[in-house]
Write a protein that binds this ligand. Structure first.
Ligand code: AMP
Length: 216
């Protein structure tokens, strides 16, 4: 399945992405993680990205798109992928739609949401190098001003998810919502899935192999 997860910093995208990518068996592609590993390996790309990251600014599209484009040529992406932190601007979204083409386009966009106070508290608690109060503020402001056109671009694919509460609860909400979405796709011959929340039992073909429905 080809997915993207979107939401403000601190909403738990990273944690949920790791769980979700394991549950549905696709690689988790996080542009923040890719930039951080380039930066710690001091590659040319990493050195260019570092100053933008330190300031809480977006790395220029040319650099970011090239890095994502290269990652999406990986063999592990043929059965799908979960993009996290990309696209963040309308230009990146347009580039991605064009690069993937109709055959490989995204199938769902998970929009994870939580109130601003909870986001600030979570980011201060995780204590990452670029998590100083002013930088956090700058990233949240940047998110709010750049994300709406991206949400409009993906209006038909958006699945809003409440990101508050415990990790397992949010994970199960995401899986239930994806199952519900899959249930609206053309029927196939999948196994019935046990889900929580508002999603119903379905015999439609799952969008991923052997789902794991709960987090221990
Ligand atoms: P994150 O881990 O998603 O909070 O990203 C950390 C930093 O990486 C951001 O503050 C940006 O400097 C950079 N970054 C991550 N994703 C993107 C993107 N899609 N476009 C531009 N810069 C990005």
């Amino acid at each position: 399945m080809r997915l993207m997860i979107i939401g403000p910093q601190g909403v738990g995208k990273g944690t949920q992405s790791v769980l979700l990518s394991k549950a549905i068996g696709v690689p988790h592609i996080s542009t923040g993680d890719l930039f951080r590993s380039h930066a710690s390996a001091q590659t040319e790309l990493g050195n260019r990205a570092q100053e933008y990251m330190n300031a809480g600014e977006l790395v220029p599209d040319t650099v970011t798109n090239a890095m994502v484009g290269e990652r999406l040529t990986g063999d592990d992406t043929t059965n799908g992928f979960l993009l996290d932190g990309f696209p963040r601007t309308l230009d990146q979204a347009r580039w991605l739609t064009q690069t993937l083409g109709p055959e490989r386009d995204l199938q769902a966009v998970i929009l994870l949401e939580a109130p601003q106070e909870e986001l600030l508290a979570r980011m201060l608690a995780r204590g990452r190098g670029d998590d100083e109060p002013e930088i956090i503020q700058r990233r949240l402001e940047l998110y709010r001003t750049t994300i709406q056109p991206v949400l409009d671009h993906y209006a038909n694919l958006l699945i809003p998810i409440d990101g508050t509460g415990d990790v397992a609860g949010v994970h199960n909400r995401i899986l239930a919502a994806l199952t519900e979405r899959a249930g609206r796709a053309p029927a196939g011959t999948g196994e019935p899935a046990e889900v929580t929340g508002s999603a119903r039992r379905t015999t439609h073909k799952p969008l991923w192999p052997r789902p794991h429905w709960t987090v221990q």
